[in-house]
Design a protein around this ligand. Structure first.
Ligand code: SPD
Length: 381
């Protein structure tokens, strides 16, 4: 069976219905000025990924503006989308990944940015913004928060003990060959709890189009994951940071910056654990997380103030230096720590960039298939 996009996604319609509106195509809403109340209360509600902001980012913004920030966190696009579906989130800024943002824009969930309130837009990297504009035309609704890759985090000593000095730590062979992963089970293997990330990695490893919407192709990814399932000891998308840092697990299929945070935490704890991260040589996903303002945000003006604040080079560099992810702010590059700019697993060189793929916007039938496969994989049902 060939799975196809069937016009406006069902998810989008559900989202729109939850907002009490008929979905407005981007072309109709682009350019409209967000309706900001004459005087906004000094409040800003942000919903962002966990472990994804500098130590002082919020504190400094509050000090400078007098705006009180409530900062809540999530660790999956699915959780954020479920909130957006139920409507009235109460948030003024949220951070979906670009492939989710694209369908949420179609559902009319967000308001266009008022670029006249964002003079620091000039600091953004035009090349990355052009890449992002493929899914958010003219960069109408969102700016990039951070970007990264999905690859392999590992405990150097434990993997060496399990597989010897030639362990394929730079290859998906480490995860997808049963003869390798079976030897890692006893020291702990975590995998991100999100189907798109892991099914696409399996398909990439198999030499298939990772973003295929063809059921037979997706089932090949499922078959590979089913083979290695007995050796995966947990599925999670945030706890693995501390688990790697503490030595509770020895391998994680995780996000670049998160693994580097695990590395820093182990170093700070002086526990002798060396954590490393590799983008597998076969290629991997590169993704962009985007800040956008929900249409029903109560404090859109404050949201714009925050966006303009984070687009300052020193603020954006401060975030990246702390969370170890790359960003789309060109003016921030000279302020980044050397080990971010010079680390090919954070700032991939052109030959590695060429092997990275971005995620497709998944139509509802494929989304449902992903979910069914994932539930079966995790629970056996
Ligand atoms: N701890 C921050 C993790 C951010 C991960 N973003 C995930 C994007 C996935 N497509």
């Amino acid at each position: 069976m060939k799975l196809r996009t069937i016009g406006l996604s069902i998810a989008a319609v559900i989202l729109a219905a939850a907002c009490g509106k008929t979905p407005a195509p981007a072309s109709e809403t682009a350019g409209a000025t967000p309706a900001a109340p004459a005087a906004e209360e000094k409040v800003l509600n942000i919903y962002n990924w966990s472990d994804y902001i500098g130590e002082d980012t919020i504190k400094n913004f509050e000090k400078e503006t007098g705006i009180k920030v409530t900062y809540d966190v999530f660790d999956s696009n699915e959780i954020l989308e479920a909130k957006l579906v139920s409507g009235n989130t109460g948030y003024d800024l949220v951070v979906p990944s670009i492939q989710y943002l694209a369908r949420q824009v179609q559902a009319g969930v967000f308001q266009p940015l008022d670029k006249s309130k964002l003079p620091n837009w000039k600091n953004l990297d035009p090349e990355i913004m052009a890449r992002i504009a493929k899914l958010d035309a003219d960069n109408t609704y969102a700016i990039n928060w951070q970007w990264g890759t999905t690859g392999i985090g590992y405990n150097v000593a434990k993997v060496k003990a399990a597989l010897g000095p030639n362990a394929p730590v730079d290859s998906w062979d480490l995860i997808f060959k049963p003869e390798n992963i079976s030897k890692l089970k006893s020291c702990g293997v975590a995998v991100l709890d999100t189907p798109q990330e892991i099914l696409t990695a399996a398909l990439k490893y198999l030499g298939e189009d990772p973003n295929s919407f063809d059921e037979a192709t997706i089932r090949k990814g499922e078959a590979l994951l089913t083979k290695i399932r007995p050796y995966i000891t947990e599925f999670n998308s945030s706890e693995y940071i501390n688990e790697l840092a503490n030595g509770d697990i020895c391998v994680a299929v995780g996000w670049s910056g998160d693994v580097f945070q695990a590395q820093s935490r182990a170093q700070e704890a002086k526990n002798g654990i060396d954590i490393q991260y590799n983008i597998p040589k076969e290629g991997a996903a590169m993704w962009f997380d985007m800040m956008a303002i929900p249409k029903d945000a109560k404090h859109p003006n404050n949201a714009h103030l925050f966006l303009n604040y984070v687009m300052r080079p020193e603020v954006m560099a401060g975030i990246s230096n702390y969370v170890r992810y790359a960003n789309a702010n060109k003016a921030a590059t000279p302020l980044l720590d050397k080990d971010i700019v010079e680390n090919p697993n954070i700032t991939p060189p052109p030959e590695m960039m060429a092997k990275l793929f971005t995620f497709a916007v998944v139509p509802p039938d494929v989304d449902r298939l992903y979910t069914r496969i994932w539930t079966k994989l995790k629970t056996g049902k």
